[in-house]
Design a protein around this ligand. Structure first.
Ligand SMILES: NC(=O)c1ccc[n+]([C@@H]2O[C@H](COP(=O)([O-])OP(=O)(O)OC[C@H]3O[C@@H](n4cnc5c(N)ncnc54)[C@H](OP(=O)(O)O)[C@@H]3O)[C@@H](O)[C@H]2O)c1
Length: 307
């Protein structure tokens, strides 16, 4: 699988990353079996995916990663997050250290490759104290590189002026395109990890309006799974499936491939719960240089945006 160097580091990121949120067994409906979760991670590894995106708040995803990867966890890129304390952003230096050290114990490693601030601060810790603390943890060798998630363009530029932050993790998909409005420019020269490329499964064509998610599935409270957005997203997914049929690939691969082919994107983080989903998603790499396909997909997306 193709890979890109994370700017300013020696870390190589495969163009696809396995997102481990749903593998943690919380917030995504009935948890899948342990066997399937482990098989999903191993399938990703077998297909050449070398980046695994996790977080202390993704249920027991870290444990599953350790179980599935074994010693291979020292050879892959473990990207994790810090700074969420009981549901709230906490970027206080003492909490960041405690949060990271707990992660190191769970992942059974001495350092993680990429440590990302999970959410922008809601509690007024000055950016300077937060990023000084993160750089300190990097200098101590507990992390190889520091990144951020979910910041807007103005704040990202402020952070870049005070710290060596090498990556931005941000949502980006055919139905969620705020990255194009200022963030792409603000993140120039950084690695960009694009998340939620399937709009939580919607763009894979897995769901149609009327589908009821159980209360323990976050999609039961997601506006994108309510009409009229659900109807529009499902219609887009059907069109992506038609495009996919012409090139012999599933809709999910088309949706993920589109994100991977956009300027400024280093890797696309797609979540999966089953090996078959990973296999479908990894087919996206076949489309990376398919300018013609992206022209068609661009036109289709514009129609659905207006519709
Ligand atoms: N930094 C942040 O704040 C943040 C926020 C969100 C996500 N993330 C990261 O980004 C990753 C990806 O985002 P996401 O998991 O929220 O959304 P996503 O990748 O758009 O959707 C993943 C879900 O879609 C379904 N799916 C996956 N492949 C499929 C296929 N081939 N066919 C049919 N359905 C398929 C699966 O759920 P079902 O089988 O249940 O439908 C899977 O859990 C996360 O795991 C996490 O690592 C980070």
């Amino acid at each position: 699988m193709q890979a890109h160097l994370l700017p300013g580091t020696e870390i190589e990121l495969s163009v696809l990353t396995l997102g481990c949120w749903a593998l943690g067994g919380e917030h995504w409906g009935e948890p899948v079996s342990e066997r399937d979760r482990i098989a999903t991670v191993r399938c990703a590894l077998d297909l050449g995916i070398t980046v695994f995106d996790t977080s202390p708040i993704y249920g027991d995803a870290d444990r599953v990663l350790v179980e599935a990867l074994g010693d291979a966890r020292h050879d892959v890129v473990l990207a994790t997050k810090v700074g969420v304390d009981r549901g709230h952003s906490n970027l206080n230096p003492a909490f960041l250290r405690q949060d990271l050290e707990a992660t190191l114990r769970r992942l059974r490693v001495d350092r993680v490759d990429l440590m990302q601030v999970h959410w922008p601060c809601e509690h007024g810790t000055p950016l300077e104290s937060t990023f000084e603390a993160l750089e300190q943890l990097r200098d101590e060798g507990k992390v190889r590189a520091v990144g951020v998630c979910n910041y807007g363009a103005a704040e990202l530029l402020r952070i870049r002026a005070i710290a060596q932050v090498v990556s931005l993790q941000t949502p980006y998909s055919l139905v969620r395109r705020e990255f194009e409005q200022g963030l792409r420019a603000a993140s120039k020269g950084m690695g960009v990890l694009a998340y939620e490329p399937l709009c939580r499964g919607l763009l894979a064509g897995a769901y149609s309006p009327g589908h009821r998610f159980p209360d323990n599935d976050l999609r039961s409270r997601d506006e994108r799974f309510r009409r009229p957005r659900f109807r529009r997203g499902a219609a887009l997914a059907r069109d992506l499936a038609r495009v996919g049929e012409k090139v012999g690939l599933p809709a999910a691969a088309v949706a993920i491939g589109w994100v991977a082919a956009q300027p400024g994107i280093t890797t696309v983080i797609a979540g999966a719960k089953h090996p078959e989903q990973v296999r479908q998603n990894a087919l996206a790499v076949k489309l990376l240089d398919s300018a013609k396909v992206w022209q068609v997909v661009g036109r289709i997306a514009a129609v659905h945006e207006g519709g």
